[in-house]
Design a protein around this ligand. Structure first.
Ligand code: SF4
Length: 349
């Protein structure tokens, strides 16, 4: 979403555009465990305009992956939605549907998963079945969602493998996942996901386990296919370099909330939230004096079982204002002079 896109605010106060593929509004998810309640998502609100790529960044445990899983209703059984809605709009002509109205194992959710919304994980072996050939698994997805003709599904599977840059796709189609390299398995995974032309792709750290050369190839491939097919992407990563390469917009998460949201340019050149600023300072940069130490963010993400009062970042924040930041939760505000840059921080209220 660029500043030029037509933006408005929803009844819940979220920034939205006229054609959002997905709008997540005030999503709250808790896990009820033997050790206590983990508040995984504490009012997550964001939108993804059709055809755009939203990067979701933050440290481990900030709720990035749980947000993706919550959209798909794939959270572990201990998870319970406490509030919020996930409004999905398959096409510009259709009305938005709240996915949370469906049971997680309902026929509607199974149809939406895979056909309309797909997910790629960091480790492709968690999604590829080692007992079946790559081609058979892609065919299965095609037969389930696209056509009932087996010969056509076989042909399409080979075409898709070719499209994702597999050398000799006919041979790859009859190979088992363990016979492929990590990069090839990730390509196979992307092929499986794209076989259904999903409206929304949720990519959860899809290149973290790959070497840098393969990572660059996979990112190029995803961007190319995204442009060609027009799929919107929610790209979950802790790697800000990948965000710069892949995304149109960025949402920065901390302790189950989005604390800043802006275009890639604004996040990199005009970050507002102290957490975003510190994340950016912790990236190694070319040309910077080697004697200079990288800055790290002091402390760690609070214990997920505890309930923090005030701003969740106040114990680590160098700009924290005693008496304010440790007692009052900052509201999300739109940064002055911008239509789309939002931040949750008392420094800007
Ligand atoms: Fe820091 Fe206060 Fe802003 Fe939180 S609200 S990020 S503690 S300045």
């Amino acid at each position: 979403m660029s500043d030029s896109a037509t933006t408005q605010r929803s009844a819940a106060g979220a920034i939205v555009t006229e054609d959002d593929v997905i709008r997540v509004e005030d999503l709250r998810l808790n896990f009820y465990t033997a050790l206590g309640v983990v508040r995984a998502l504490n009012g997550v609100t964001f939108n993804i305009p059709r055809g755009k790529v939203l990067g979701v960044v933050g440290e481990s445990g900030c709720g990035k992956s749980q947000t993706g899983l919550a959209i798909m209703q794939l959270t572990p059984a201990a998870g319970r939605y406490e509030a919020g809605q996930v409004l999905f709009r398959e096409s510009s002509e259709q009305p938005a549907v709240n996915l949370l109205q469906y049971e997680r194992n309902s026929a509607e959710m199974r149809e939406i998963r895979g056909n309309n919304i797909s997910m790629i994980f960091q480790e492709p072996m968690t999604s590829l079945n080692p007992c079946y050939t790559v081609g058979a698994q892609i065919e299965e997805a095609i037969l389930l969602h696209q056509t009932k003709d087996k010969a056509e599904a076989q042909q399409r599977a080979v075409e898709i493998l070719r499209k994702v840059g597999m050398p000799n796709p006919e041979r790859i189609a009859v190979s088992y996942p363990h016979q492929l390299s990590g990069g090839m398995r990730q390509r196979a995974m992307i092929a499986m996901v794209l076989s259904c032309n999903p409206t929304l792709l949720i990519a959860d750290e899809p290149t973290t386990a790959l070497d840098v050369t393969t990572e660059a190839q996979i990112l190029d491939l995803m961007r190319e296919l995204q442009r060609e097919i027009g799929t919107s992407i929610m790209f979950i990563t802790h790697n800000l370099g990948v965000v710069a390469q892949m995304c149109d917009e960025v949402a920065v998460m901390y302790l189950g909330r989005i604390v800043e949201r802006a275009t890639v340019e604004d996040i990199f050149y005009d970050p507002k939230h102290p957490y975003t600023i510190m994340l950016l300072r912790s990236i190694p940069r070319l040309g910077v004096n080697r004697a200079m130490r990288l800055e790290s963010i002091q402390g760690s993400v609070p214990d997920p079982y505890s309930q923090v009062t005030g701003c969740p970042f106040h114990e680590r924040c160098p700009s924290a204002m005693p008496g304010i930041c440790d007692t009052i939760m900052p509201e999300e505000i739109i940064v002055a002079g911008s239509q789309t840059h939002t931040v949750r921080c008392h420094l800007y209220t």
